[in-house]
Ligand binder design. Structure first.
Ligand SMILES: [Zn+2]
Length: 195
């Protein structure tokens, strides 16, 4: 039942527009900001194209996780070593850990919940990014990055720690997919041999 419902959701979901703003500095790991429109009805901003160690990938809009100081209750980023308000030393190990014991410092604000949707978003965004890169190359000196009011205030820097966290997550997903495929094929083999 659950699967049937998911399949319907996957069929209905389309990215109908992608807007891309390339970043200026070619040494930057952050290659572009994007916004996507879903079914001509709903816009999600602040997706990012990041140059990872294994090629470019799409990062969902995210925010840094924070928690409250135990003494004054002020909100601090999980990375902070001292409370920004009262200066109390904060526990360096307070960040939640992933399955392999690595700290999770960021949370996605919007993200696909099945692989068909993930692929749809990834394909649409990477295609639009490649087109924008081509347009920039063709225009050469005369290329001007698009200006969108809503993009212009965004920082053009991503910290390496965030890129590593995203790559770990991606590797985790691939590992789980592999394991699921293996389980399925061994189940099929068992079924075949029992017939
Ligand atoms: Zn405090």
């Amino acid at each position: 039942m659950q699967d049937e419902h998911n399949e319907d959701a996957q069929r209905d979901f389309h990215v109908t527009e992608v807007r891309v703003k390339l970043t200026d500095d070619p040494r930057n790991k952050l290659k572009a900001y994007c916004s996507v429109t879903i079914d001509q009805s709903f816009v999600v901003r602040d997706l990012k194209i990041i140059e990872g160690s294994r090629g470019p990938f799409v990062a969902m809009p995210s925010r840094k996780l924070s928690d409250h100081c135990s003494r004054c209750h002020h909100k601090n980023h999980l990375r902070a070593s001292f409370c920004n308000h009262c200066g109390t030393r904060l526990d360096p190990d307070r960040a939640p850990r992933d399955g392999r014991g690595r700290a999770r410092l960021h949370a996605d604000l919007a993200h696909p919940i099945n692989s068909a949707t993930r692929i749809e978003v990834h394909k649409a965004v990477v295609r639009a990014y490649a087109e924008e890169v081509d347009a920039a190359q063709a225009a050469g000196e005369s290329y001007r990055p698009k200006t969108f009011d809503d993009f212009d205030h965004l920082s053009e820097v991503v910290d390496d720690e965030y890129v590593e966290e995203l790559e770990r997550r991606q590797q985790g997903r691939e590992r789980r997919r592999c394991e699921a495929a293996k389980t399925e094929s061994s189940m099929n083999a068992a079924e075949a041999s029992s017939q």
